[in-house]
Design a protein around this ligand. Sequence first.
Ligand code: NAI
Length: 245
Amino acid sequence: MPKEKIAVVTGASRGIGRSIALALAAKGAIIVAVDMDRASTEAVVAELQATGARALAVVGNVTVTADVENMFEMATEAFGRVDILVNNAGITRDGLLMRMKDEDWDAVLNVNLKGAFLCARAAFKVMSKQRYGRIINIASVVGQMGNAGQANYCASKAGLIGLTKSNAREMAKRSITVNAVAPGFIATAMTDALSDKVRTELTAQIPLERLGSADDIANAVVFLASESAGYITGHVLSVNGGMYM
Ligand code: NAI
């Protein structure tokens, strides 16, 4: 295992993904930042480089097989290996079941679940040759407990937990660990959209009495990506302020 790890982070240009990229870079990792929009992906890479880190921007959509293969080709061409994959890219298209459109179901399942499958499959090709890897999937508390108005999102995140455990079993013999982090409600663009009333009601359900920060999630990812977590696989680490136990 080289000291300088290569980490592919999807959805890296803002929110939780950006914090994960910065936190892994602060621990010495080289970051391959993947997102859909060139300007914001290059902006986060510039931010990483300004801290002294090495980083590469890759524009791509995790639902497109060719884009995913390109991400791993670019990463291995530039740095020779991929040690860490963080499947963080995710979307919501909320709505009550009765009114949920087919395209809202498909879009959420495609990004949140199929995207993670495509990236894990591509990562496995590289990591199995190395006989080393860490895959960390960003799930959600609502994938564990359900949430009215989010059938598509909850199903995608519950599916991601099943994917995590299956991949963990399949990849273990190659010394690749696969874990999930299940964030509670985290202050990002995704939750900025909530009304004050909903935010107050949500906070009342959190024993630690606050929304989490993107750094709370990044810290958990850094741990699972570290050597200290080498005997942990197939685990779902809740980072939710006690909201679901
Ligand atoms: P965000 O919306 O701020 O950032 C998501 C990023 O993913 C964006 O930069 C977006 O461009 C990128 N993305 C979306 N679709 C993509 C695709 N097809 N290919 C590549 N990139 C794509 O979201 P946030 O809040 O930072 O969430 C990050 C992850 O954490 C998501 O998986 C989300 O479901 C999960 N999460 C967030 C929670 C929260 O309270 N904010 C709670 C629980 C889980």
